[in-house]
Design a protein around this ligand. Structure first.
Ligand SMILES: [Zn+2]
Length: 103
């Protein structure tokens, strides 16, 4: 079910997203709720990959700090722009929104 070309970060991200669905949702979402449940699963996954203890470690939580944490724990990310780094930035951004309590 996972893309063959995916790297370690993408694989753990996709798995965590699906675990988020399993834990937070039951059954198929109506079209009206489809976007909301995807956002909830993404948020659950971002919080799983960057847990509270990691947030506490980076007192100046930022996209760059969280990309560094993801790079250390899941996949050695290149410094230049690439799909893996963009995914890490997306995960970091979702995690920062969760910290801020954004809906
Ligand atoms: Zn989903």
């Amino acid at each position: 079910m996972l893309p063959i070309t995916s790297g370690p970060l993408e694989r753990i991200w996709l798995l965590a997203h699906e675990v988020g669905h399993l834990l937070k949702h039951s059954g198929a979402a109506s079209p009206a709720r489809a976007h909301k449940v995807e956002v909830q699963a993404d948020r659950w996954a971002a919080c799983a990959l960057i847990p509270e203890v990691a947030v506490q470690r980076y007192q100046n939580a930022s996209v760059d700090a969280f990309i560094g944490a993801l790079s250390r724990h899941y996949e050695d990310l290149p410094m230049q722009d690439c799909p893996q780094r963009r995914l890490a930035a997306e995960i970091a951004t979702i995690r920062l929104k969760a910290i801020a309590g954004a809906p």
